[in-house]
Design a protein around this ligand. Structure first.
Ligand SMILES: [Zn+2]
Length: 101
């Protein structure tokens, strides 16, 4: 079954590049919440998104390329995201709409 990264703005999936690795959400509740906060992902209807057992984050979101179990390490939580991708595409859509009008 193909795994797709659940990060906002990330289209990476395991059928694409063999160099990618995918990481499940941590079992530790506190760290799990940190990951969830870092992802800043909401459903289209505005309700909070809850990861499933199959939700994974790809290694593109970790500075060193993989998560660390060391709390003092920056890769304890994924930090590299492309939130702006969605914002800019929305702006472009709005511009297109106004041009059409
Ligand atoms: Zn990703």
């Amino acid at each position: 079954m193909p795994k797709t990264c659940c990060a906002v703005g990330c289209q990476n999936h395991n059928m694409m590049l063999k160099s990618l690795s995918f990481h499940k959400f941590p079992k530790d509740q506190e760290r799990f919440n940190l990951w969830l906060t870092a992802l800043k992902r909401d459903r289209p209807d505005g309700t909070p998104w809850i990861p499933t057992k199959n939700s994974v984050v790809c290694n593109a979101h970790f500075i060193s390329g993989k998560p660390s179990s060391d709390q003092t390490h920056p890769d304890y939580v994924p930090t590299l995201f492309n939130y702006n991708t969605n914002v800019s595409s929305k702006k472009q859509q709005q511009q297109k709409t106004s041009e059409a009008c």
